[in-house]
Design a protein around this ligand. Structure first.
Ligand code: NAD
Length: 284
């Protein structure tokens, strides 16, 4: 039996239509949600992500502002820009596209963003609140992953979720969000012994390693849900995930494609957070 394909593109379309309605309602009461995007350097992947985010903003009626800096920019200039955006009432969300050049301390930049405008959910205040179950901006990719699984009608309670990857922006928080949904969560990473023995126990397998075709059918329990977060560029220029899609779809019960899977849902959650930020800041 071939797996059911979970289309992030389709889900994102439905959610974005609802978000456009919310933006229209906010505009009717004089609030125009605004997202500031800070981009450093000329990395083509970062430029393409930023373009995608701005296009999505325009689609639902969110204003976006782009602040571009050369890769030689010094940290203080960047921090000064962020402080100015913290104080700018037209800006409700601030996103700094990662990665940053090595001479800039990523944590220092993230900690300078006002937590109430941190729509990426990376500020330690938001990370901490998420951990203890308080209201917070949830990080976009993990939130998108959980939303996809739920929208596909998959029951999470009591399920064994295995996460591959332990980064601060995907692996760690996605496990936390599944824990909140009452799953039993196992984390794996590059030092894990016998990865396949663990992943084969997963009812829901979340793959976020950034290694093309790391996961084959031998890693997957028949009927399992496989969510591929990875984005890798092959030598021929094509994008692929961390999962060998063609082979794994013959074993899994559900699977997400790359592209057209987690990516569109990540951006949708960014739009959602920006609208929430606008609503909350306007109510203050
Ligand atoms: P990262 O490099 O910070 O972390 C990768 C993690 O994978 C590490 O914790 C590492 O221990 C683990 N890992 C690496 N090789 C492994 C192996 N052989 N076996 C088991 N674990 C292994 O990357 P990240 O920022 O977490 O991103 C992961 C992937 O997700 C990347 O491909 C990235 O491009 C993609 N990504 C996609 C979206 C999206 O919206 N679709 C968003 C963020 C990241």
């Amino acid at each position: 039996m071939t797996a059911q394909i979970i289309s992030g593109t389709e889900m994102a379309k439905t959610i974005r239509a609802a978000l456009a309605e919310e933006v229209a309602q906010l505009k009717a009461v004089g609030v125009e949600p605004g997202l500031a995007v800070v981009l450093v350097g000329d990395d083509p992947a970062s430029h393409s992500y930023v373009k995608g985010k701005q296009k999505a903003c325009a689609e639902v009626g969110i204003r976006s502002f782009l602040y571009s800096f050369p890769k030689t920019v010094d940290e203080e200039t960047l921090l000064a820009q962020i402080r100015a955006l913290n104080a700018d009432s037209a800006v409700h969300g601030i996103l700094v596209q990662l990665p940053l050049p090595e001479h800039i301390r990523e944590w220092s930049v993230i900690e300078t963003i006002a937590p109430e405008k941190d729509v990426d959910g990376f500020h330690p205040i938001n990370v901490g609140k998420m951990m203890i179950g308080q209201r917070a901006f949830l990080p976009c990719t993990p939130h998108g992953v959980v939303a996809m699984v739920k929208s596909a009608g998959i029951d999470i309670v009591g399920k064994h979720v295995v996460v591959i990857g332990r980064s601060n922006i995907v692996g760690k928080p996605v496990g936390q969000l599944f824990l909140r949904e009452h799953a039993t969560v196992t984390y794996t990473h590059s030092k894990t012994n016998d990865l396949a023995a663990i992943t084969r126990q997963a009812d829901i397998l979340i793959v976020a390693a950034g290694k093309a075709r790391l996961i084959g059918p031998e890693h997957v329990k028949p009927g399992a849900v496989v969510i591929d977060v990875g984005v890798n560029r092959l030598e021929n220029g094509k994008l692929c995930g961390d999962v060998d899609f063609e082979a794994v779809k013959e074993v899994a019960g559900y699977i997400t494609p790359v592209p057209g899977g987690v990516g569109p849902m990540t951006i949708t959650m960014l739009l959602h957070n920006t609208i929430e930020a606008a609503r909350e800041l306007a109510a203050k």
